[in-house]
Write a protein that binds this ligand. Structure first.
Ligand SMILES: [Zn+2]
Length: 467
């Protein structure tokens, strides 16, 4: 009997982990870290609900930490099998996992030094060495749909999902599964891209499948109709008038490149003056290089720009801080400037050090450019809390708060429907994953209304037969 069970990325947008079992083979799709609410984060520290040493393989839809951040922990707990992902994802994971480990080690050290932890001593979830071990297990696969054998009786094909560089739809093909023994195909949307976003192509049409897992981050919302470049122009001009800095918490991978690209466009079009732009992230520069190198994943417009101009991913007055010393130097600057720093939901990273200065400053602006999960510091600020805890200290929020909705790398509900319209035939069952409960339920209702398909919103730990 073939089954699928849900160990993350359900009831939440974080911690994605889906386990397929069939005839003794076990394959995990995505290996994400939980973020946000404490009860979710605690799962990162619990014993995994399956034995990592018994998994034959892990398949990764894309590099974001909520899909890959648990890998080093899985390896530390005995997983030795191959990790399959696209070439673009592999490039980014190599940058991202050691950085995630370093940030956790730094944060644990900071908490210990300042006596801010309830745990004595505070420990990182994993170390840089664990991350390096995980990277050794990576097998690169083309993002063209060509199936590869990943375990006995199980093959997988990766196709462009248009979310970030390398992001993939993963089609898992299980031999002799189903009550008729004819085999079953399970399609994982991973995070589905927003159509027409800069740099990378749109998601490809979904291939035929028996079971479908589709993300629902924006299942109850549509993206802001204000174009992100127009919003950025407005916010930057307001900041110039106030003479204060602009802090943009952003994922170093994907979102940072997109913002830099748009600021460069605004500067070139003389819609904004040339301002100091500070990208404070040890991995943003490396990620930017990966974006430039993977030419097979560029959309037409970006290919044309690259041909005409040399650095679309660099503004006219930009500094990227890699070392901690460079980062500290940025803290001494004053006046109007744009700071871009990870993490995007303010769950950790250097953005927190900037937040200590920016949040209490009445002239400053903080701009959210991505989804802010429940329980994150980003969400608290966006929800209007007047005081938030940053690095163990209570900080008043007096700065201007802006949100650019149109920036998402995720499809909104209409775009998910548009993508689903490309399916050659209805699946037997469609699971709504990667969404908070209201969003997942809303997306399920839209799908039933539009297509009449059988839908399910799984809970943590649910297991279903792939009948
Ligand atoms: Zn993602």
């Amino acid at each position: 009997m073939a089954t699928i069970s849900f160990w993350g990325g359900v009831g939440s947008v974080t911690g994605s982990k889906y386990l397929i079992e069939s005839n003794g083979s076990k394959v995990l799709v995505d290996c994400g870290m939980f973020q946000g609410l404490k009860e979710l984060r605690e799962r990162n520290w619990q014993e995994p609900p399956f034995n990592p040493a018994e998994l034959d393989a892990v398949l990764i839809t894309h590099a974001h930490i909520d899909h890959t951040g648990y890998l080093p922990r899985l390896v530390a707990q005995g997983f030795r099998g191959p990790v399959y992902c696209s070439r673009g994802t592999a490039d980014l994971v190599r940058i991202l996992l050691p950085d995630a480990a370093r940030l956790q080690e730094e944060e644990a050290e900071y908490r210990n030094r300042h006596g801010l932890s309830k745990h004595k001593p505070a420990l990182p979830l994993y170390t840089e060495d664990d991350a390096r071990e995980a990277i050794k297990l990576i097998h690169r696969v083309d993002n063209t749909g060509e199936p590869v054998q990943v375990a006995r009786g199980i093959r997988a094909g990766f196709r462009i999902a248009g979310h970030i560089l390398g992001s993939s739809l993963v089609l898992v093909d299980i031999e002799v599964a189903g009550r008729d023994k004819k085999g079953r195909r399970v399609l994982f949307s991973g995070d589905l891209g927003h159509y027409d976003q800069p740099i990378i192509p749109d998601p490809v049409a979904p291939p035929q499948c028996d079971y479908l897992l589709v993300e629902s981050t924006y299942g109850d919302r549509l993206h802001d109709p204000e174009r992100p470049e127009d919003a950025l122009e407005r916010i930057i001009k307001d900041a110039i008038e106030r003479g204060g800095p602009v802090l943009i918490p952003a994922f170093a991978i994907g979102r940072t490149q997109e913002i830099v690209y748009l600021i460069r466009e605004l500067e070139d079009a003389k819609r904004i003056p040339i301002l100091p732009v500070r990208v404070d992230s040890p991995m943003a520069a490396a990620a930017t290089q990966a974006y430039i190198n993977r030419k097979e994943e560029h959309d037409e417009e970006y290919t044309t720009i690259l041909r005409d101009r040399r650095h679309p991913l660099k503004t006219h007055s930009m500094i990227t801080a890699s070392s901690r010393e460079e980062s500290k130097r940025l803290n001494q600057e004053s006046g109007v400037r744009i700071l871009i720093s990870a993490s995007g939901m303010m769950t950790g990273g250097r953005v927190l050090h900037h937040a200590l200065r920016i949040l209490p400053d009445e002239r400053a602006t903080i701009v959210f450019v991505g989804y802010q999960a429940a329980g994150t510091t980003g969400r608290r600020i966006l929800d209007g809390q007047r005081e938030v805890k940053v690095l163990g200290q209570f900080v008043p929020v007096r700065c201007h708060i802006e949100r650019i909705g149109g920036f998402s790398a995720h499809a909104d509900w209409k775009e998910v429907i548009r993508w689903l319209e490309g399916l050659p035939a209805p699946p037997r069952k469609t699971f709504l994953t990667h969404g908070e409960p209201e969003a997942a339920n809303a997306m399920a209702a839209r799908i039933r209304e539009r297509f009449g398909w059988e839908t399910n919103v799984p809970n943590y730990g649910d297991r279903f037969e792939l009948a």
